[in-house]
Design a protein around this ligand. Structure first.
Ligand code: DAH
Length: 339
């Protein structure tokens, strides 16, 4: 029996040593150490041994079992490490391959120019004011000296929600909110969306943007208005940019003016773009009408002010030489990626 055990021992040790796969090693373990394995088979015959032989053989068998177990376990560790190595080698990533490009969003040209205008005015000490887009008729028209039957209302086809609630047609409504809530000195601009019942074409959209401006203080004159707007245009279009004021009529200013800016294309010479004028109409402005000041509780014998309102789309289109306003609203990436 001793010989048999030693034979199993050396056979198993050799087999474990030369084994080269995890699966084969597992089979080998079952073959020698399993319930139906060689070692167990021999131990089952221990009953036949004499009382003196039994402990000697028992001890030897246990030592052999421990030996084989250790050899199998060592080999298993080795094979597993090898297998892992092969797996890792197979799974290496080619870091030289180009990655998937992640496209970054950009600011819309309307936002770019609006931010720029805000910066310019903040540099001149203005605050940014905000007002509702769904507005009372009172703020959009009446408080701006446009009573219910005023003919100038017809120039702004309006989206009415009820008889006295509408989508604001102009950011001038914010002037009233500001003057109701703040004592002079007031220096604000208010960029925002406005709505008019216009059909869409190259120069019209039912939704567009305006930037309103309002300054109220003691001793404000038309010279302050002109100086402020000239500064804005020089910053937007370059230092050689000039503006000119033409008499006009707005119900909420007196006197009122339309402000033209020197043509960016011909610099005042007259060309196709400015239709020979040398100047392009850009915004409306004027001295705040005393009636508007008084309606907001501001004493017009003490305070005066100027106001202006400009279409942001028009400024953006001039700035980037965009010929069709629809491009600004279609969200075509081929267009938007250019800014
Ligand atoms: N609200 C006018 C418009 O939409 C523009 C405007 C003109 C605003 C004169 C003003 C202003 O503040 O003083 O056509």
């Amino acid at each position: 029996m001793k010989n048999e055990l030693e034979k199993i021992h050396s056979e198993a040790m050799e087999a474990a040593d030369s084994c080269d796969s995890i699966k084969a090693l597992d089979e080998l373990r079952v073959k020698y150490l399993g319930k139906k394995g060689g070692l167990t088979a021999i131990l089952k015959q221990m009953g036949k041994l004499s009382a003196e032989e039994r402990p000697v053989i028992g001890q030897l068998a246990n030592k052999i079992r421990a030996d084989i177990e250790e050899a199998v376990s060592k080999k298993m560790t080795l094979l597993k490490a090898k297998e892992q190595e092969i797996k890792l080698a197979k799974e290496t990533i080619d870091i030289t391959l180009p990655g998937k490009p992640q496209s970054l969003g950009k600011l819309h040209p309307l936002t770019i120019v609006s931010n720029e205008i805000k910066e310019i005015f903040m540099g001149m000490g203005f605050d940014i004011a905000d007002g509702p887009e769904v507005e009372y008729d009172y703020y959009n028209f009446e408080a701006l000296n446009l009573p219910p039957d005023h003919p100038a209302r017809d120039t702004q086809d309006t989206f009415y929600i009820t008889d006295n609630i509408l989508l604001r047609t102009q950011t001038s409504s914010v002037q009233v909110h500001v003057m109701e809530n703040k004592k002079p000195p007031i220096r604000i601009i208010s960029p925002g969306r406005v709505y008019r019942s216009d059909a869409v074409d190259a120069t019209h959209s039912p939704l567009f943007h305006q930037v309103e401006g309002l300054v109220v203080d003691k001793g404000i004159t038309m010279a302050d208005l002109k100086g402020t707007l000239e500064m804005l245009m020089k910053k937007l279009y370059g230092d050689d940019c000039k503006i000119r004021l033409r008499p006009h009529h707005f119900p909420f200013t007196e006197p009122s003016a339309e402000v033209d800016v020197m043509c960016f294309n011909c610099h005042g010479e007259g060309c196709r773009i400015c239709k020979g004028e040398g100047y392009i109409e850009l915004l409306g402005a004027g001295m705040v009408h005393p009636k508007v000041l008084e309606g907001c509780g501001i004493d017009s014998s003490v305070y005066s002010g100027f106001a202006f309102g400009m279409g942001l789309e028009r400024i953006v289109m001039r700035r980037y030489n965009i010929s069709d306003m629809r491009l600004l609203f279609e969200n075509d990436l081929r267009f938007l990626e250019q800014f």
